[in-house]
Ligand binder design. Structure first.
Ligand code: GLA
Length: 372
């Protein structure tokens, strides 16, 4: 008996030591008010990628669906919705006590052609497209009412110089399509947070246009909870000063800021990369796929410093959410963008799910802040 209780006490002690030795997770180190998460794919939300799934559950308190809530996935044909994978994504987040983000209600990409086709071969008109938008939002947002906590309502409405993107939304509806989308989303779930999401908001003209856009929505009495900068950034670009200024300007304008799709491209980009000439593309790929067999230690360190510097700015400006665009380097979209078939290393975990120096650097910045 005595031997048994000694054994039990010993086991308990071992478990306690093991727990104490386990390093804290990013979510536990983040200050109150900062959610930290990742975009997850279909496999990760439905048991197909246990390694990444374990990382997500341990490290994060918010998730975004990388693709499964986009229009082409949930509403591929008029009147036909496919909610299977999206349901599994929302269940995954709920089961793990996470803040679930819906991405995205209105975008010019990954939207099926039928959405922008006029009735009976006629030119697409305002009322038809508004009715499609309202129906789509009512069905999708309505389905997850109370379970999806926040929605990217509109993605990428602006050009780099701050003018309106000439999308089919703008052409058929006019500039108030953004307001309409926010109105419909709020109608479908009044409790959900609503966001405007775009990239390169560190460019002053685009940033100021985004601020004006959401200020205009607020002036109309619409709900807008945060401005999202996607943050598909590079190892050197944008400069830290530009990020600092972007965050300061958004906060000064009174908006919560979310960093919604963070990753760091470590490969060079060639201005010619978009050329249609296949031989030229292959040459560019060969010349710029510079780390096919692993990221050298000096670059690992550089990536770690870059992440640490960016997180210091996120903390300085009280960013409300940071979401990485992916979990491990195994499945990043940057292996195929902007040039297909290159090996990239943009995230905090390597392709085998091991923490990279960049993970330690981010954890350190959070830890130092928590210790203050
Ligand atoms: C944009 C979109 C995302 C995703 C990324 C790249 O930023 O908002 O949904 O498609 O591009 O993968």
């Amino acid at each position: 008996m005595r031997r048994n209780s000694l054994l039990a006490a010993g086991l308990l002690l071992c478990a306690a030591v093991a727990l104490a030795a386990e390093p804290p997770s990013l979510k536990s180190l983040a200050p109150p008010g900062l959610r930290i998460g990742a975009a997850i794919n279909r496999g990760q939300s439905s048991g197909g990628d246990p390694k990444a799934e374990a990382i997500v559950i341990r490290q994060f308190n918010t998730v975004t669906a990388e693709n499964d809530l986009k229009w082409e996935r949930v509403h591929p044909e008029p009147g036909r919705f496919d909610f299977g994978p999206a349901d599994r994504y929302v269940d995954f987040g709920a089961r793990n006590g996470m803040f679930v983000v819906g991405h995205v209600l209105l975008w010019h990409q990954q939207t099926p052609a039928w959405v922008f086709a006029g009735e009976g071969g006629k030119k697409l008109d305002r009322e038809t497209l508004l009715a499609r938008l309202r129906g789509h939002i009512a069905t999708v947002v309505g389905r997850y009412k109370g379970r999806i906590g926040g929605w990217d309502v509109v993605n990428e409405a602006l050009e780099e110089d701050g003018t309106w993107r000439k999308s089919p939304w703008l052409e058929a509806i006019g500039e108030d399509y953004v307001a309409k989308a926010f109105e419909f989303a709020h109608e479908a779930d009044p409790a959900a947070e609503l966001y405007y999401n775009d990239y390169n908001l560190w460019k002053p003209a685009k940033r100021d246009a985004a601020i004006r856009l959401v200020q205009g929505l607020k002036a109309k009495g619409l709900r807008v909870d945060a401005l999202g900068e996607q943050a598909h950034w590079g190892i050197d670009d944008p400069p830290l000063e530009a990020i600092d200024e972007m965050l300061a300007a958004m906060r000064k304008a009174g908006f919560a800021v979310h960093v919604t799709e963070l990753d760091m491209d470590v490969l060079p980009r060639d201005p010619d990369q978009w050329g249609a000439d296949l031989a030229k593309k292959a040459r560019i790929r060969a010349a710029s796929n510079i780390y096919p067999d692993g990221l050298p230690p000096a670059m690992q360190e550089k990536l770690a410093r870059r992440y640490a510097d960016c997180f210091a700015l996120f903390l300085k400006h009280g960013v409300g959410r940071v979401t990485f665009w992916g979990v491990t380097d195994a499945t990043s979209w940057l292996h195929d963008f902007p040039i297909p078939g290159r090996v990239n290393y943009p995230l905090l975990w390597d392709k085998d799910g091991r923490e990279k120096p960049a993970f330690d650097a981010v954890a350190d910045v959070l830890r130092k802040r928590a210790a203050r």
